[in-house]
Design a protein around this ligand. Sequence first.
Ligand code: FAD
Ligand code: NAP
Length: 335
Amino acid sequence: MELINNASLKPFVTFGVEATCDHLYRVDEIDELRLAAQYLDSPLVLGGGSNILPIGNINKSVLRLELKGFEIVKEEGPDVLVKVAAGEVWHEVVMWAVNQGLGGIENLSLIPGTIGASPIQNIGAYGVELVSVFESLEAIEIGTGQVKEFLKAECKFGYRDSIFKNEVRGRYIITAVTLRLKRDYVVNTTYGSIQDVLQHKGITHPTIRDVSNAVIEIRQSKLPDPKVIGNAGSFFKNPMIHSDHFDSIKKTYLDLPGYPDPSGHTKIPAGWLIEKAGWKGKRMGDVGSYDKQSLVLVNYGNASGEEIWELAQKIIASVQGLFDITLHPEVNLWK
Ligand code: FAD
Ligand code: NAP
């Protein structure tokens, strides 16, 4: 374990904003983590820092999870259960699965960050969410250091949501995640952009690798690389609104996109709302809304967390004023 006092978080968060924390512990041993969990006062947990916006300096200890390891724990017919330590990079897990011919996570290619953070918001992209391959996770309770296993139902996964963002927020450190991957997986190509890429390449019977390659290609063409332009992906969640509300907006905006769900609600792409409110590609100083995907707020260089949050609040207010829809941040705000 390495301890850095008064550490800068800038190299550890993909927004690339300057902020310090009182103590940064880089932990690669589970026993040290258990001790730290017992004795530190309400530490914050850091993975790859790709879904965090620090706003000002953080007067707390931060535990950066660097636990490594992969293990196939069981094979059940065509199913393969793989246990992965929290500090492994998510995309490397996806590439490992693709290389083994194991399906289920190829649509989640190139999502930044660690596998340990993947259950927190039930990561999702291109019609697939973590929940569809999730088996269980192991976590250490902050305060007691006790180990607890969470099965799928206990995690209460929802749309970019889980128990870890609600009832037990800040109480557990996830140390390992077990996935159920499949040798006989039928690929999911429901999202139009995946179909477009496959069609363009003349692929009619896509493999797991074809889908992974298509997702990587789309993402590289549309999203800013955090190593070049600071960002944390989608800043806001896509709002779910009641269908009556959707119909009333549609009267004015005939091009309003919407994806109905069985509960009678309709998911609206937050990026469309932000674009209609005039923010797409707008830059103020070093902050802005990305020109190829307005839902991504960016740091062009030396923006502070406060400046990014200020822009987010302006966007929330104008979308609220125009559509009577409240946008909620998907990014975790550290204050
Ligand atoms: P961090 O940012 O380090 O942490 C995120 C939250 O999880 C924090 O609250 C932190 O305290 C907590 N946390 C982290 N690790 C642990 C742990 N081991 N135990 C307990 N709590 C923990 N997300 C999607 O869902 N779909 C996408 O398609 C997607 N695309 C993205 C594209 C870009 C360019 C970027 C920058 C981000 C994108 N994201 C996406 C968001 C982000 O990559 C995911 O949320 C990812 O799971 C965050 O992982 P991380 O390790 O970086 O977590
Ligand atoms: P897109 O394909 O331009 O679509 C815009 C929005 O419409 C998406 O947010 C998506 O919702 C929704 N959508 C599109 N087709 C859909 C379908 N067939 N069924 C249901 N909903 C549909 O989106 P994009 O911005 O390029 O992103 C592509 C995918 O990567 C999306 O799944 C997105 O969530 C994911 N992504 C996430 C982040 C992040 O930080 N969270 C960043 C980049 C990309 P969903 O978002 O619910 O899928």
